[in-house]
Structures are given as C-alpha cells and as structure tokens.
Design a binder for this molecule. Structure first.
Ligand SMILES: [Zn+2]
Length: 275
C-alpha cells in the first residue's frame, strides 16, 4: 500500500494536474530539501542535493508500485511501501508533518514526498531499468498473457497469496488487490500455484486486470492515514470486510494471516482443495 492503482493515480496527477495542484512537467528544480535522510536510498545526501538541482521534469512514469520522475539527466524513483503520497503545492504552504523530501521548483510550487511510516525510499539514478530489473511483468501490459501466467504458476509450488504478492512474478499487486482478485476468481489464498487449471489461471488473470482497472478508475483505495485520494474502498468485496456477508453467498468473510498479512476471503466461495 499504495499499490499499482494508487501509484498510477499519482502518476496521472503529476503529469496532468488535479484540482488545485498543477502538473509538474517541464518544471525546473531550484533546490531539493531532504527532511529525513533515511528516506534516501541512493546516492549520498550531498551528492543527491547537488545532482538534482537544476534538472527539469521531462516525463512521469510508473513501474509496479514505483513512481518514476524522469528528469533531464537522471530519474527520481519513489517507492511508498506502507503509506504515503506525493503532493504538488505552493511553497508558501506549511510543510506536512510526515514530509521526507521536497523538490522546490523555479515558479513557486513544490513536490512533497509525504511518508508517515518512514518505510518509503527514494533513489536518484541514471538508469532506472537497472534498479527495477528484478520486477515481473506489468499486469496491464500486453506482455502479461494468460499463457505466460499459467506457465509461471506451474513453475512453482507456492500458496497463491505469497505468489501474487511476489513482485518478481507480477509487479504492482499488494494485499488489497490480491485478496480482491482471488475472491473474484473463487480461489482460496492458500491454494498451491501449480494446482490451478488453465481455466482457473485465465479467470485469475482476468480478475487481476479487472480489480486493477477498477482501482485506477476510482483513483485507488483510501484507508485513513495511508492514502487519502481514492474511492475504491467502497467497492471492495472482501478486503477489511471481516464478518460481513459475502456478496455472492452470504457467508461471513473470514480473515486469516498469511505472509504476515491479514488475508480476507469467503470460506464458502473460495474452498481449499487438498492437492
Ligand atoms: Zn461467498
């Protein structure tokens, strides 16, 4: 959290603008302010501050849950981990309590990286592809096909919750969208990946893309302090709905812990077959 749809919404806001916050394309960085050094993964703070100064924002991208701000020389890569957002605002605004990094632009606006839980990280790199080479395919891209997905499923013997959270397998899914996609596909989160049939794999492939597209359309999912922009929380079927009736069969939604994450599912619709 934020997952692919939330980061995609940040990408959209930074490149297109939103309400009172303008886009940051073609903005020139007058100076950066590092309010918490721990947020910077690379390079060193001194090198970062010197190098980023004077660069211009050329393009905003996303890869999995990473937000990419392509500058004239380098790329600023942001990962939010547990919490946070990016905000474009006037430099006269008070600085948010959880702001870790600010880019002050020439024309009086700034980009603030707010990250309450402090797990988020920032990199300034010449080649973002090298940094992100470990990531699996983008789930909404043409490269992610049912056939490829089925082959990957067959290649390992792991519980589906672990499998789908693994960024090396698919880039961008987290706890919320994994629980929702498994529910739509009627697959128990502890099902072993190599026991799925091609039909199940294809349905799951479709469900993953559907929940992500719905999430993007609703500007992501909001949960109190974690991220505030979106509306998708109103459409979630199982995530954080423990005890509420399943929309299909009425059975109360159950919560178990897998991979140290709260995992939500319908015990009637998503049964575990012994294989
Ligand atoms: Zn059900």
């Amino acid at each position: 959290m934020p997952e692919l749809p939330e980061v995609e919404f940040f990408r959209h806001c930074l490149s297109q603008g939103r309400d009172n916050s303008p886009p940051i394309l073609r903005e020139n960085i007058r100076e950066a302010e590092l309010l918490w050094k721990g947020a910077l993964a690379a390079p060193s703070p001194d090198e970062f501050l010197a190098r980023v100064q004077g660069q211009t924002v050329e393009r905003i991208g996303r890869r999995g849950k990473y937000l990419l701000i392509h500058l004239s020389e380098d790329t600023l890569v942001l990962h939010f981990r547990m919490s946070g957002e990016v905000v474009v605002e006037a430099q006269t605004e008070p600085v948010a309590k959880h702001c870790r990094l600010m880019l002050n632009f020439d024309d009086g606006i700034r980009l603030a990286f707010n990250n309450p839980r402090k797990f988020g990280r920032v990199w300034l790199v010449a080649d973002p592809e090298a940094l992100l080479a470990h990531l699996g395919p983008e789930p909404l891209s043409d490269a992610f096909t049912p056939e490829r997905f089925y082959t990957t499923l067959q290649g390992c013997h792991r519980q589906m919750k672990y499998f789908l959270l693994d960024q090396k397998i698919i880039a961008g899914l987290g706890n919320i969208y994994v629980d929702e996609a498994l529910y739509l596909s009627k697959i128990h989160p502890q099902t072993k990946s190599d026991t799925l049939s091609f039909e199940q794999a294809e349905l799951l492939w479709k469900s993953i893309r559907q929940v992500l597209r719905d999430g993007i359309e609703n500007q992501g999912t909001s949960f109190d302090w974690m991220y505030k922009g979106g509306n998708y929380q109103h459409f979630l079927k199982v995530y954080q709905r423990t005890g509420e009736p399943c929309a299909i069969c009425g059975t109360p939604i159950k919560r178990i812990t897998i991979a140290q994450r709260g995992t939500h599912y319908c015990p009637s619709c998503q049964t575990l077959s012994e294989k």
